[in-house]
Design a protein around this ligand. Structure first.
Ligand SMILES: [Zn+2]
Length: 101
């Protein structure tokens, strides 16, 4: 049991170290709009933004926020805002089936 405990502590330490290097939810909230803008323009070169992208892959609340923000920015860019009715039907559709993208 003693060995297992030490391994577990090392494992936790490893996670703690990894977390330190990664973006936090606060970083994410701060940089999300910038990330969306950058993505719409092309590739993300910025290390700081790449960290956020990495965070989004692991954090579902942030990634949900990201998807909403990205969709809004896209519609803004394409001037393709749906009508309120279309939005409602889209919401119904998305809650009925998992999002594909
Ligand atoms: Zn997060």
């Amino acid at each position: 049991m003693h060995v297992t405990r030490i391994r577990f502590e090392q494992f936790m330490l490893k996670i703690a170290r990894t977390r330190e290097e990664e973006a936090s939810c606060d970083d994410c909230a701060r940089l999300l709009a910038k990330l969306v803008e950058t993505l719409l323009r092309g590739d993300v070169q910025d290390q700081e933004l790449q960290d956020i992208l990495h965070h989004l892959q692991q954090c579902s609340p942030c990634s949900e926020e990201f998807v909403v923000l990205r969709d809004c920015a896209k519609m803004d860019q394409e001037h393709s805002w749906p009508t309120l009715e279309e939005m409602w039907s889209k919401l119904d559709y998305e809650s009925a089936s998992p999002p594909s993208a």
